[in-house]
Design a protein. Structure first.
Length: 296
């Protein structure tokens, strides 16, 4: 299906990720409707050709495919039920739930759809990537749900991502996202702890980068994080508070007693959030660890 024939897509939630995703859809020529709790976030998208809806229900009525990209399960449920999205969807519409809400969250959403709107197709499709990949259409999509909906969302996913991995029925995508973000958490913690240790031992961050940056132990993602840390740049690409939320979702979905290292990481990161660092990039843990006593 060409972009000019693509069904209209509504993006609900224009935060850093939702804004980037909407930008990618518009660049691909997909008719795009946007809604955000704070309308100011949608103004530049209107200039790019997006239709701005005043309410969630209005956006849902106009779209054949609705994407939700918000912070947590409570926000998803508020949009779907309290603000009328689910009721406003046309029969046969597709709801692509792309927020990271964990296993219990997606099960709650799926139960609601089955009970209230079984004629609506729900896809569970959280993404891997941060603000820049979202804007560049370079996300990885962990998609799950009915096979019959794949062709309808093909142009949408092609515009948003560099690859889509289909992993089974609704819920499998959210499970894979938790695994992915656990790997992200430990990759970030490895960088932060190593740089902080180097500082405690009297070494410069640049020395660490020169020694390990091009080696097999450091991924391109970690290498980019090392460069940002060296510049003292901690503006959020993936906010610490959101990364911590995902760690808690993983611990909730599994037997947390078996994952002591992940639980310890969560405890350490919580100290950073409690110290007011939650809105900064997760690599700000480096700064926290560098301070005497481990706190700023």
């Amino acid at each position: 299906m060409s972009a000019t024939r693509q069904e209209p897509v509504a993006v609900l939630g224009i935060g850093a990720m939702g804004h980037g995703m909407a930008t990618s859809l518009l660049r691909a020529g997909i008719p795009t409707i946007v809604w955000n709790r704070r309308p100011a976030a949608t103004r530049d998208l209107a200039g790019l050709g997006a239709e701005v809806a005043e309410t969630v229900a209005d956006a849902a009525r106009r779209a054949a495919i609705v994407v939700t990209m918000v912070t947590d399960t409570d926000a998803v449920m508020s949009i779907a039920r309290d603000q009328g999205m689910l009721a406003a969807l046309a029969p046969g519409a597709v709801w692509v739930q792309m927020s990271t809400i964990g296993v219990a969250g997606i099960e709650q959403v799926a139960a609601m759809v089955e009970a209230e709107r079984p004629e609506v197709t729900l896809l569970d499709a959280p993404v891997s990537g941060s603000k820049d990949p979202a804007e560049q259409g370079q996300l990885t999509i962990f998609a799950s749900g009915p096979k019959g909906a794949r062709s309808r969302v093909g142009p949408l996913f092609e515009a948003l991502g560099q690859r889509t991995i289909w992993v089974g029925g609704v819920g499998a995508g959210s499970r894979l996202k938790l695994v992915n973000n656990t790997l992200v958490a430990f990759a970030a913690e490895g960088v932060a702890t190593s740089v902080a240790l180097a500082g405690r031992l009297g070494l410069e961050t640049e020395t660490v980068i020169e020694a390990v940056g091009g080696g097999p132990l450091v991924s391109p993602w970690q290498a980019a994080k090392l460069q940002r840390i060296a510049r003292g740049e901690f503006s959020a690409q993936f906010a610490l508070s959101l990364a911590l939320k995902d760690v808690h979702l993983a611990l909730q979905a599994a037997d947390s007693d078996r994952f002591a290292a992940l639980a310890g990481l969560a405890e350490e990161w919580q100290q950073g959030v409690d110290a007011g660092l939650g809105d900064q990039d997760l690599t700000v843990v480096t700064r926290m660890l560098e301070q005497q006593g481990g706190m700023p």
